[in-house]
Write a protein of this length. Structure first.
Length: 185
């Protein structure tokens, strides 16, 4: 979705009027303000999918973040389904990253667009609610690791639509967090 500067200003002014007059409509002024101020206009189409907006592609960062969140959702779900012996085996196989794997986010200094998109998806569009309440700032570059993990995850995802990943599959995915130049085996 594209909005002119004037249209953004009009929406913001209408949002203020909604608040001031305590209008209880279907549109949420706080959401619209957040979408405008955080430059996530694509989210308006997501939130109000019943409105026949003109067809538009989401920004590439949105698709990538959705894929990363989907992968981590699957990782955390699958890990929770492992028994104690499988968790111990995973901790050894994917050391030091196989013990209680958890999505920590993106680097707030260098991956801000990804971090902001993830926060918007979870906190404003109510997607991936299992990540609600997390900071999404891991304080170190993570995007390359997420991309390497996705390269292993995506072929597995196609064959496992709803069942959990095995400990072996989790190990293969989690090991990708380590840059190839730093791997010992």
């Amino acid at each position: 979705m594209k909005l002119t500067d004037g249209e953004k200003l009009i929406l913001l002014m209408l949002s203020e009027l909604y608040d001031k007059l305590k209008v209880n409509g279907d549109t949420e002024p706080d959401f619209l303000r957040s979408a405008i101020f955080n430059d996530h206009l694509w989210g308006i189409r997501w939130k109000y999918s019943g409105i026949p907006f003109e067809p538009a592609e989401d920004p590439p960062v949105v698709r990538e973040v959705v894929d990363i969140l989907d992968m981590w959702s699957f990782i955390e779900f699958s890990y929770a389904k492992l028994d104690a012996a499988q968790k111990q085996a995973l901790a050894r196989q994917a050391a030091p990253l196989g013990e209680n794997p958890r999505f920590e986010g993106f680097d707030g200094n260098n991956e801000t667009e990804h971090m902001s998109t993830a926060m918007f998806l979870v906190n404003h569009l109510d997607r991936f609610q299992e990540f609600k309440g997390r900071s999404f700032n891991c304080h170190h570059p993570s995007l390359d690791a997420h991309r390497r993990m996705l390269a292993v995850f995506e072929p597995l995802r196609l064959s496992l639509p709803t069942s959990p990943l095995s400990a072996d599959s989790l190990s293969r995915i989690l090991k990708e967090q380590v840059h190839p130049s730093h791997r010992t085996s």
